[in-house]
Write a protein that binds this ligand. Structure first.
Ligand code: BES
Ligand code: MN
Ligand code: ZN
Length: 483
């Protein structure tokens, strides 16, 4: 699907589906009087989408009204959602009927250029479906929208281009997350990252087992040991501002599969665990967007990629392991593996790559899902000013975040008895104690921890989201680098 804008007035309605944007309480103004007239019968309630067929000059004309609701209640996230819903609806229409052309024209989209950008993002993201493994023997399955043309007099090319980059980067992340673990495992994740780096313009270095051990990443290594698929440590570097010493660090949890290890998950909770590298996918997607938009900013991202598998070589509950930071850890539960890999990854990015601020993104705890559902990402931080920047980025992306408190009592809950730390803090406040554990490896560097166990996937297709991976928080990370 291609999306573009045009300043020329649309001359004919034939052979296409024409979409009319409707704002509650406002008249429609298009070059076609009869359209302006019929539009009055339509309720412009937000997300209300309806189609009519008109008879004009001896031929049938297909019109689709899309409601934006009252203008004063509208915001960019609502516009994104409307764009997503509209796209899904249009695809359904195309599926069920034979049209001469699968082009769509959009009229009366009286929004600011910035809002048209958000609308474009919504449409492009709404178009996404992970169906590459379905045999397409049905002609209807193959039907796609060819072109979407937004008719507007405004200068919106830049916004549309940026929206395409952001949507595309989000979709890169969604695809990585949706791929099963027999396709994406540490080695193939690294290969794919190298390919993306070459395509979009960031440098990628991959450390194999020997280097991981030489660096002293014993916690990461312990988690990876049980799998036949060997770990990879992926380093992505983008230097857009060579004069500056500031480097934004991104760390993504990269468990390409999480069985739980000896603290084995049930089949039901294991089923989704190919998505346990959503943090990694989001930092990779963000690097694609940042480099493609050539941001004047230095950004380094790392992923400690491995599988938490079950074998004679796996680490076991009760083991005491070391870490790159030389803090010792009692493994109370082998299913609390993400924080062990992140401990070494965050220590590495701060001390070896010298980042000046760091964000880690991880599908870390079921507790995050219990806390805020699929609705918002709980955050733990050591720096309120940095968190304020994240809030601004989140307002631009529409991907919600919410800050959790990090009191000393939470830090006490992960103090070890026989070693320095333990890898679980008991059944209470699990999302916060998991964050606090990572915080032990951070020091004074401004740090944000995002637990995306809830927001990285969606149980249903809604708005611009598809069932499965959401690609969150790619766009938030991008804006964090941009602002
Ligand atoms: N990857 C899981 C967290 C998760 C759960 C992500 C559900 C997405 C959906 C993580 O490694 C895990 O197993 N966490 C444990 C921690 C516990 C053992 C302290 C959990 O949340 O149960
Ligand atoms: Mn786990
Ligand atoms: Zn996990």
């Amino acid at each position: 699907m291609k999306i573009k804008c045009s300043k020329e007035i649309l001359k004919s309605l034939e052979n296409t589906i024409t979409v009319i944007a409707m704002f509650d309480g406002e008249d429609v103004s298009t070059p076609f009087d009869e359209l302006n007239l019929v539009s009055r019968d339509f309720k412009a309630k937000e997300n209300n989408i309806d189609t009519v067929t008109l008879f004009k000059n001896d031929s049938l004309v297909n019109v689709c009204f899309v409601g934006f609701g009252k203008r004063e209640l509208l915001n960019t996230e609502k516009i994104r959602i409307i764009g997503g819903n509209l796209c899904k609806k249009l695809k359904n229409i195309l599926k069920n009927k034979e049209y001469k052309s699968n082009d769509i024209n959009i009229l009366n989209l009286d929004l600011s250029s910035h809002e048209i950008g958000a609308f474009t993002e919504g449409v492009l993201l709404g178009d996404y479906k992970f169906n590459k493994y379905k045999s397409k023997n049905n002609d209807f399955e193959k039907k796609e929208i060819d072109n979407i043309i937004i008719f507007t007099e405004k200068e919106v090319e830049c916004q549309i281009e940026k929206a395409k980059i952001l949507a595309n980067s989000n979709i890169i992340a969604r695809n990585l997350v949706n791929e099963p673990s027999n396709i994406i495992y540490p080695e193939t994740l690294a290969i794919e990252t190298v390919r993306l780096g070459a395509e979009f313009g960031f440098n990628v270095e991959v450390y194999e087992e020997e280097k991981i051990r030489a660096l002293g990443m014993e916690a990461f290594f312990a988690v990876s040991r049980g799998s036949i698929n060997k770990p990879r440590f992926i380093v992505m570097r983008y230097f857009g501002d060579k004069e500056s010493k500031d480097i934004l660090g991104l760390v993504g949890k990269g468990l390409t599969y999480d069985t739980g290890g000896y603290s084995l998950k049930s089949n039901a909770s294991m089923l989704d665990m190919k998505t346990d590298m959503a943090g990694a996918a989001s930092v990779i997607g963000a690097m694609c967007a940042i480099s493609q938009n050539k941001l004047k900013r230095n950004v380094i991202a790392v992923v400690a990629a491995c599988e938490n598998a079950l074998s004679g070589d796996s680490y076991k509950p009760g083991d005491i392991i070391n870490s790159m930071a030389k803090k010792t850890i009692e493994v109370l539960n082998t299913d609390a593996e993400g924080r062990l890999t992140l401990a070494d990854a965050i220590y590495y990015i701060i001390n070896n790559e010298k980042v000046t601020k760091v964000v880690d993104v991880a599908t870390l705890t079921g507790a995050a899902l219990t806390l805020l559902g699929n609705v918002a990402t709980p955050v733990v931080t050591n720096n309120d000013e940095f968190y304020y920047e994240l809030e601004k980025a989140s307002a631009l992306s529409g991907e919600r975040v919410w800050k959790m408190p990090i009191y000393d009592e939470f830090r006490d809950m992960i103090k070890g008895e026989e070693a320095d730390l333990k890898n679980t803090g008991g059944k209470n406040a699990g999302c916060i104690t998991a964050g606090a554990f990572i915080g032990e490896f951070v020091g004074a560097t401004p740090w944000i921890h995002m637990d995306i166990a809830g927001t990285s996937t969606s149980s249903k297709s809604i708005g611009y989201k598809a069932k499965g991976a959401t690609g969150e928080p790619v766009r938030t990370l991008y804006y964090l680098a941009e602002i």
